[in-house]
Design a binder for this molecule. Structure first.
Ligand SMILES: NC(=O)c1ccc[n+]([C@@H]2O[C@H](COP(=O)([O-])OP(=O)(O)OC[C@H]3O[C@@H](n4cnc5c(N)ncnc54)[C@H](O)[C@@H]3O)[C@@H](O)[C@H]2O)c1
Length: 504
């Protein structure tokens, strides 16, 4: 099954933010494009706006003037739905309401030919439910573009319960022919990206709600230690707290209030107060004129320890041993079965975040997971109130000697990056096991859709297949609500990797 022929007319219904972007993509790819919007005159305005964007592409030399003129000539706004007769593909990007979308597609079926592919750009509704209203639901598919559609490459191609494989494949190939990177996924709440990304926001908000750290510190740790492009607080201020919360609520409701997707009370209050982020001038942060961004917590300089005793290889943090030596600090190695800690001269221990709390142990300081300890510019430490100040100072001085800023946070199990990454891996592994998408497609979706530095499955391979499961097992002991309970799929993933690693 091949992509739609470039001579086939494509219709875009709903010419707001997404509709305009999608229309531009189809137009630049070479299709004749028709625009329709329920609001009178809006399709014409959208055509003008797209024309202006094509002009800018010419200024940036991404399009020749001749290509722009040809594209403009292919673009036709229409004022009646009947103007879409003869189209080969309709992409809908209207109001996010099931009844309104169903009504539109029912009306469209009376206008377009029976072999016209019908697609919805819904973010949160069930593709199956929208298509359920159709006479021919087999030709109905989800084509979920990301905003801004002309710039972001990812498109989730969602097969509803009744979608014909040939139609999904045609939609997939068409998206690819338009220069996009399509991923195939089943019709489940949040599809791939909005499902697997939930813990990125939820865990940051949970750390904040438990007084573990303030937004600026959590964001700095996610960026500078975790390797994420933006922190959860600044990103949701950009997206809009109302928009981000409504996706969370919709995924949670659609999963029948699965505790793993529970929305955040702190974010609820923010939305209720009208602090929606950049668009209202205030969200987690003040975005008003001249407002200064609060600084993350950064520890004062402390003296590095003269030596450390390494028990075991530190697992995912093993690179630290070489870095400590390079910083001129002696590393005394002791063979310890299952040992993964550094013992400091004062007798305290430094342990990679493992989902437990420091208060359970005598004199333990935890350090957070980094994407890459060499490139990280900040590392978070956590400790209990009964941890010796000498241990905290030695741990702080050690990381500072490696050139890192140190943020000391509360005694939060799994800290910031470790709990976030462990939960993202769990949801990704669970989604693969439930047939939502392949491992590769999930990795691609998370890298391109939300800019993660690594795909979750790739991250899991790097950390060792059992890592996320063991962190979540510990977190589940601290919070037995079920939010952190590893999925059966994650246990299988952990055992299978143990076997592979054991037999290697
Ligand atoms: N904005 C995003 O970041 C984003 C990203 C991915 C998907 N989506 C999805 O895309 C869709 C559109 O979102 P948007 O942000 O572009 O909305 P928008 O409000 O910018 O535009 C919606 C347009 O649809 C028109 N419209 C409403 N009802 C209509 C009807 N019955 N028939 C024809 N036109 C109608 C409106 O007049 C408006 O011009 C939604 O389903 C949304 O969930 C949005």
């Amino acid at each position: 099954m091949t992509a739609l022929d470039l001579s086939s007319p494509v219709a875009v219904v709903g010419t707001g933010t997404m509709g305009q972007g999608i229309a531009q993509v189809a137009l630049v790819a070479g299709h004749p494009v028709r625009l329709y919007d329920a609001a009178p005159g809006r399709a014409r305005q959208a055509a003008d706006a797209i024309g202006a964007r094509l002009d800018r592409l010419v200024e940036k030399e991404r399009l020749t003037a001749a290509e722009r003129d040809a594209a403009r000539a292919r673009l036709r706004p229409v004022e009646e739905l009947t103007g879409l007769a003869g189209c080969s593909l309709v992409v809908e990007a209207i109001l996010e309401r099931l009844d309104v979308k169903q009504e539109l597609f029912r009306a469209l079926e009376d206008v377009v030919p029976d072999d016209c592919l019908l697609a919805t750009n819904t973010s949160s509704l069930s593709v199956t439910a929208i298509g359920g209203a159709l006479r021919l639901p087999g030709r109905f598919v989800g084509l979920h573009f990301f905003n801004p559609a002309p710039l972001l490459p990812l498109v989730e191609v969602v097969s509803g319960f009744a979608t014909d494989v040939t139609c999904a494949t045609r939609a997939y190939e068409t998206a690819r022919a338009w220069g996009k990177t399509p991923v195939a996924c089943a019709d489940t709440p949040g599809f791939i990206v909005n499902r697997v990304a939930r813990p990125f926001y939820a865990e940051a908000f949970a750390v904040y709600e438990s007084q573990g750290a303030d937004p600026a510190t959590i964001d700095a740790v996610l960026r500078e230690c975790g390797g994420f492009r933006m922190g959860a607080f600044e990103l949701t201020d950009l997206i809009g707290q109302d928009v981000n919360e409504s996706v969370t609520r919709s995924v949670w409701q659609s999963f029948f209030q699965d505790v793993r997707f529970t929305p955040s009370l702190a974010q609820r209050r923010l939305v209720e107060s009208g602090r929606l982020g950049r668009k209202t001038g205030r969200g987690w942060y003040d975005h008003g004129e001249g407002a200064e961004r609060p600084e993350p917590h950064t520890a004062e300089p402390a003296r590095p320890p003269a030596y450390v005793v390494a028990e075991g290889d530190l697992g995912p943090a093993s690179e630290l041993l070489a870095m400590i030596r390079e910083a001129g600090i002696e590393v005394r190695e002791e063979d310890e079965d299952n040992g993964t800690r550094l013992v400091l001269p004062g007798g305290g221990q430094l342990v990679l975040a493992d989902g437990q709390t420091s208060v359970e142990f005598r004199d333990v300081v935890y350090f957070d997971l980094a994407l890459d300890y060499r490139r990280a510019t900040r590392v978070a430490l956590s400790h209990a109130s009964n941890t010796s100040p000498v241990t905290v100072a030695e741990a702080t001085g050690l990381f500072q000697a490696l050139g890192k800023h140190v943020s000391v946070i509360g005694d939060v199990p799994g800290m910031i990056v470790a709990r976030t990454v462990a939960r993202i891996i769990d949801l990704a592994v669970d989604a693969v096991a439930k047939g939502v998408a392949t491992e590769d497609d999930i990795d691609t979706a998370m890298r391109l859709g939300v800019n993660y530095p690594l795909g979750p499955l790739e991250w899991s391979r790097r950390l060792g297949g059992g890592w996320a499961c063991s962190v979540l097992d510990n977190l589940h002991e601290c919070d037995p609500s079920g939010r952190y309970a590893p999925s059966l799929a994650l246990y299988r993933h952990a055992y299978a990797s143990d076997l592979r690693e054991g037999s290697a």
